[in-house]
Ligand binder design. Structure first.
Ligand code: AMP
Length: 300
């Protein structure tokens, strides 16, 4: 089943305690698409400026990512984000954001994107997320991501979005900010009251928690000491998870749990190098091999 994603397509400048990289390929929709492409074809909706090199689109197209929804604005500049990681490699500071063409992005979906059963509304303003959703005809599963910026600045829009989605993916600090709860289990349950049928709270190196009316569980991260750049870990987690669900054409509880595990594993590869550099080196068999190790690790 094809999977549609809307989100940021970016140039990222990254500083870690060990190294820096300038203007590498990034953005929530890019990490998501590439990660989902191990499992299912992806339809990408986003916007870039005329500084966008065609090689970046070709890289995505080679992975069966349809870029017909990637709008190029002549005379415009691509979204730019600069971040710095603290020595613990979990916490980061945003040093600079230039919204550029992403600032007033009004997505228009190509005709053949409008029938997409699986939809992921990656990090972006709730207005853009809702505008995309309005154009999709009867999707089976809609999941959204959000961040502190929108929780603080577009609360009403975010509340409307919550009522329209089936699932929400967010990180631990965002769940606390949204609900005012310090306890993550209480926060997860409070988010469910806002509309989504399930919520995934990502906890960085500590894995991810799942909440629905019937189930609450936690899956650990795949242990690794090779954390080079965590940028995009959340998006690659969501990409692996949604890609697997689209491939199975199901979101029943057992499949959702397997999908979460695949999301965790794609993210564990993503953090091993900058940008998409590590993901470019792996294929589905590497993920399945890591899945065997992960299953062994969890059985006792
Ligand atoms: P993650 O590490 O999963 O939170 O994703 C990091 C990616 O999100 C980077 O590649 C950034 O380009 C992108 N990003 C940062 N800030 C924003 C924002 N305000 N809206 C959309 N995407 C963003």
């Amino acid at each position: 089943m094809p999977l549609l994603v809307v989100g940021s397509v970016a140039f990222d400048s990254i500083q870690t305690p060990a190294a820096t990289r300038e203007r590498v390929l990034g953005g929530s929709a890019v990490f998501f698409s590439y990660s989902a492409s191990y499992f299912a074809p992806v339809r990408l909706v986003g916007v870039v400026g005329e500084d966008w090199p065609s090689e970046h689109s070709e890289l995505l197209q080679k992975r069966n990512i349809d870029t017909a929804g990637l709008h190029v604005v002549q005379g415009g500049k691509t979204f730019f984000w600069k971040g710095k990681y603290l020595p613990n490699m979990n916490d980061r500071e945003t040093l600079e954001v230039q919204l550029n063409v992403f600032g007033d992005f009004k997505p228009t979906l190509p005709e053949h994107f409008r029938r997409s059963d699986f939809v992921f509304l990656a990090n972006g303003s709730p207005v853009t997320q809702l505008k995309t959703l309005e154009q999709v005809q009867q999707p089976k599963l809609v999941v959204a991501d959000t961040m502190d910026l929108w929780i603080r600045e577009q609360h009403a829009g975010l509340m409307e979005l919550m009522r329209r989605v089936d699932g929400l993916v967010m990180n631990d600090s965002e769940a606390k900010l949204l609900t005012g709860e310090e306890n993550l289990v209480a926060a997860g349950h409070k988010v469910l009251e806002l509309g989504p049928k399930f919520v995934v709270i990502k906890k960085g190196e500590h894995g991810a928690m799942f909440f629905s009316k019937h189930e609450t569980y936690v899956l650990p991260a795949f242990p690794t000491d090779r954390v080079v750049d965590p940028t995009g870990a959340g998006d690659s987690f969501a990409g692996g998870m949604m890609g697997y669900l689209a491939a199975k054409n199901s979101f029943e509880p057992k499949v959702l749990k397997e999908a979460m595990a695949y999301g965790i594993l794609v993210a564990s590869f993503n953090v091993e190098d900058f940008s998409l550099d590590r993901l470019k080196q792996i294929d589905r068999s590497d993920l399945d091999l890591r899945m065997e190790k992960y299953r062994k690790m969890l059985s006792f």
